[in-house]
Ligand binder design. Sequence first.
Ligand SMILES: [Zn+2]
Length: 228
Amino acid sequence: MDMPTETSTGALRRLIEGFDRFRGQHFENDAELYDSLLEGQHPEVMVIACSDSRTDPAIICGARPGDLFVIRNVAALVPAYERDNRPHGTAAAIEFGVAALGVRHIVVLGHSFCAGVRCLLEHDHGRDRFAFVSDWVGVAQEVRDEMDGLVTEAERLLIARRAEQAAVLLSLRHLATYPFISERIREGRLSLHGWYFHFGWGTLQAAEGPRGPFRQVDPGEVPRAASG
Ligand SMILES: [Zn+2]
């Protein structure tokens, strides 16, 4: 077998160097934090984000270890509640974060130029190549139908950005179909937030309600919940 080349191992080397920096700058300098994390995790915020390498919620929001319970999947989608005794990875992580850890906030974090949402819009393209992705983004079928209904040229130009935001809103509505979530919202113990990171512009927007609209978050501002 060939030895790995410098090119093929360079990306991994950078990760190990990054880990060494993390140890030196954080782990060894913040013993109090890491000692407390040994006893357990108590994150107040769950973030549901896309797997896209450009939108790591811990990096873009400057979170520390223990701050965020993170779920990532293609296009940051939440399926509607469904109990069919089949394994549901995203639902399992949501249940654990809410029912076991008691997070106070759930943030669905969408982003610009999302390949998952593009796949949703282009439905039948690539179904052969991306069978699992095509099935998965079908969770947001409602968004596809909504976008198909847009007719003006201006709307068509903006359709991808609109669809990305509509997918965030649909995921918020799907979250509310989980009984353990709706119960906690009613009791004031949990709130849902829809955020949208436009990495071309370097801006963050937040949904003002479960059906939008999205508004830019100003520096220092804490956006209000979309529901709860
Ligand atoms: Zn994405």
